[in-house]
Every structure is written in C-alpha cells, then in structure tokens.
Design a protein around this ligand. Structure first.
Ligand SMILES: C[S@@+](CC[C@H](N)C(=O)[O-])C[C@H]1O[C@@H](n2cnc3c(N)ncnc32)[C@H](O)[C@@H]1O
Length: 404
C-alpha cells in the first residue's frame, strides 16, 4: 500500500474523472490503490466519503466492487450531481435521448426563459442565448437518469464559455478583449462532448446513498462504527481563503434546472453562500478545548492576532468532524490532506490530524507524500510583507487503523 503513488503517467482525460472539472480533486489511481489493498486484506462492505466532491473515491470503490455499500456527503449541490451521475451512469435509452437532443438543437421550438443575478456580467449575450437553447433541450428529456448526465456534460461548457478566467477557481472577470474573443461553440461542443464521453458512463452502482448536506450535521445521525472504511479529502481551510468550491460551481448551479438539483433552499441565495456555509466558514463563538488548542498553538503563536479567529473557526469545525468520523468508522480512515499557509506560516494539517486521530484510538499505519502536478490554486497566492506566500504544493495521504 502506498509504495509508489506518483502515477506520473496517469491522465485524468483518459477516464471518467476527466469528463468534468472540479477543484482540488483526489488522484484516482492513488485512491484505488489504497482501497484495493484494504479491501483485499479485510472484510469490507461499506465505504464512506464525507466530503465526496466530484466522487473520485466513491467511483474508484465502485470500480473495485459494485457490491460495496457507498455513502457520501457534500454540501455543494454541484458535487452531489457530479457524483450521482458518475455512480449511476446512463441507461439504455441514452442514445435515443442523444438523438432527441440533436434534433431539438437543429430546430429549437420551445425555449424556456431563465435568468439569474449578474448573468450579463458572466455571459456574453449570444452565449447566454445558446445556453438557453441547450438548457431547454435538456429539460425536454423525460428520463431523469439521462437528463442528469446531460446536465453534468453541460458544466464544463458553461465555464469555458463564461466571462470568468480559467486560471483560477474563483469567479474573476476576463478582460474585455478576451471576452470578445470567446468563440460561441456552445451547441457544437455540447453535442461532441456527450457523444465522446457517453461510453464512460456505462458502469453503475446499485448500492449508494448521497446526502446533499452539511456533514457536521449529518454525521451525528449515523450509528457508531457503521462504516468499514472512511476515505476523503477534507477542505484544508475555510473555502473563502483556500479553495472556493461554491463560487466555482455557481454558474452551473444557476443554469441547471432547480428541479434536477438536490437543494435545501439556501444554496442559490448568492455567489458566496455555499462557501460561507462550508467547513470553517461560519461565524461562531464556539471555541476549542484545551487539547485542541494545544495542537494548533505552535502555529497560532506565529500568526497575526487578526487571523486567529479564522484559523480557530476552521479547526473547531474540523476537530468536531474528525471526532465524529472516528466514532462512525469501524476499521480504516484514509485522508488526503494539504498543508495551507497563513501569514507565511505553514499549518501542518497532516501532523495535527495524525495526532488527533491517534488520540481517538486510530493509529497511523501509512503515510505518503505526493507533488500536486497540475494546479489552478497558484503556488504563490499572495504577497505579505513584500514577500510572496506559497500555497499547498504537496498532498499527503495518511492511513489510520482502529486500535481495537
Ligand atoms: C477537497 S474537496 C473533495 C474533493 C474530492 N475528494 C474529489 O476528488 O473530487 C472538499 C469538499 O468538501 C465539501 N465541503 C466543505 N464543507 C463541507 C461541509 N460542511 N459538509 C459537507 N461537505 C463540505 C466541498 O463542497 C468540497 O466538495
């Protein structure tokens, strides 16, 4: 396990994980290799990913065995849609449905109106009109399973044709000249992308449950030791100052029909609400206990007072989560982690997490480090005291096993 995790030749574009962009995804063959090893040597029937994102780990678990019971959670409705489509695939009517879409697009009749806040800022008018037509074509598909696949396939087209820059996951408007240079290939790209990728969606798990919710709330409802293996990559800090998964997803979320999204009701309120409701994003007066405080004290001591609140808020949520994760996991916890930097101080999330898990009777049995090859989160994120501040460049995979 974890002997060679470089997988330098692995290209996401060759498999299902390359069919949609999502920030900070795990590397599929790494997760598969860890899971394979654990599953081969143990009696494993259930896998839990509490921050499933684009569903890398759950999908790889399904590839190992379709009998595994897969459970996932994510607060972001786009992550929920992406993972659902990866796990349920398409059905035998899909080729007929593709023909229906093509025929509608060659002669669109009924175009459903839609709008959302600031849409003129994020889409050129002609592009918005084309998206409206593709959106209507998808809404006319009756089969829900295939319709969700079509929404999934629209996600990257939306982003590529929007006025936001591709160099960052944040919404950051392009220069006016760059906007005018965008080629409107919405319809042609949509058709070619569904035809090119549909064959990758022929696998399905019959045994999965996805929860679109805040895992801090959901996890408390699970019985103790109910999952054999928990495998995930949690956020490394509050979304607003690390990876804005919510902001990244908003243009797709505003475009996809609300009937086809799992929504609690607040997610489309504004462009930043998903990020502020995510781990470490909420304002609260909750505070750490002495053990937890001591774990992060060496870092806090070197960070300016004005940033303490943000760091403490994240770790309050993070420790609550880890404690519950240990309670609900019966055998193994596998985490992929990054160490973020605040005020030029690198917060060693890996060491902090290892210590916390050990305190909950989960011993570390493996650790590996991997360079992050392709990153949209820049290596240098900001300038503090006239010096550039580097962000995460490595990820760490740790495996912990329950002691008794
Ligand atoms: C590092 S990403 C997971 C990426 C995933 N492993 C993959 O390969 O695509 C972290 C995920 O945590 C989710 N998240 C953040 N706070 C959450 C919360 N309180 N409850 C549930 N999910 C949350 C984000 O929406 C994001 O999808």
């Amino acid at each position: 396990m974890l002997n060679n995790i470089a997988f330098k030749d692995y290209k996401k574009s060759d498999d299902i994980h390359g069919t949609v962009l999502y920030p900070a995804v795990m590397v599929a063959p790494v997760q598969k290799s860890v899971l394979n090893d654990i599953i081969l040597k143990n009696d494993i029937s259930s896998i839990f990913d509490p921050f499933h994102g684009s569903g890398t780990a759950l999908y790889e678990a399904m590839e190992i065995s379709t009998n595994l019971h897969l459970v996932g959670c994510d607060i972001n409705p786009l992550a929920n849609l992406i993972t659902r489509v990866k796990l349920q695939g398409v059905n035998s009517h899909v080729f007929k449905d593709i023909e229906k879409i093509k025929s509608y697009l060659s002669d669109p009749k009924q175009i459903y109106p839609f709008s959302f806040p600031n849409m003129e800022k994020w889409f050129r008018k002609d592009i918005f009109e084309s998206l409206k037509i593709v959106r209507s074509a998808i809404m006319n598909i009756k089969d829900e399973q295939n319709r969700l696949f079509f929404w999934y396939m629209l996600c990257d087209i939306i982003r590529k044709h929007s006025n936001t820059r591709s160099s960052t996951y944040k919404l950051h408007i392009k220069e006016i000249n760059a906007i005018s240079r965008i080629e409107n290939k919405v319809v042609a790209n949509f058709i070619s992308t569904i035809e090119k990728n549909v064959d990758k969606f022929m696998h399905e798990s019959k045994n999965f449950v996805l929860y679109k919710c805040d895992v801090l709330k959901k996890i408390k409802a699970f019985d103790s030791r109910v999952f054999d293996v928990s495998i995930t990559s949690p956020p490394y800090g509050d979304n607003a100052t690390t990876v804005p998964y919510g902001q990244f997803s908003m243009l797709a979320l505003y475009t996809i029909s609300q009937n086809d999204l799992e929504l609690e009701g607040w997610e489309l309120d504004n462009y930043s609400v998903i990020d502020s409701n995510s781990l470490g994003g909420r304002n609260s007066e909750d505070t750490l206990n002495t053990y937890e405080k001591n774990l992060i004290k060496p870092y806090l001591d070197r960070i300016s007072i004005s940033k303490h609140k943000k760091v403490i808020r994240f770790f309050y949520d993070y420790f609550q989560f880890l404690k519950e994760l240990c309670r609900v996991t019966d055998k193994y916890i596998v985490l992929t982690l990054g160490n973020r930097t605040v005020d030029r101080v690198q917060i060693n999330l890996t060491d902090i997490t290892k210590a916390f898990l050990e305190s909950q009777n989960f011993s570390n049995i493996k650790q590996a480090q991997r360079d992050i090859p392709v990153k949209r989160t820049p290596k240098v994120t900001s300038i503090v005291h006239q010096k550039p501040v580097s962000s995460m460049n490595c990820e760490y995979i740790i495996v912990h096993k329950r002691d008794i």
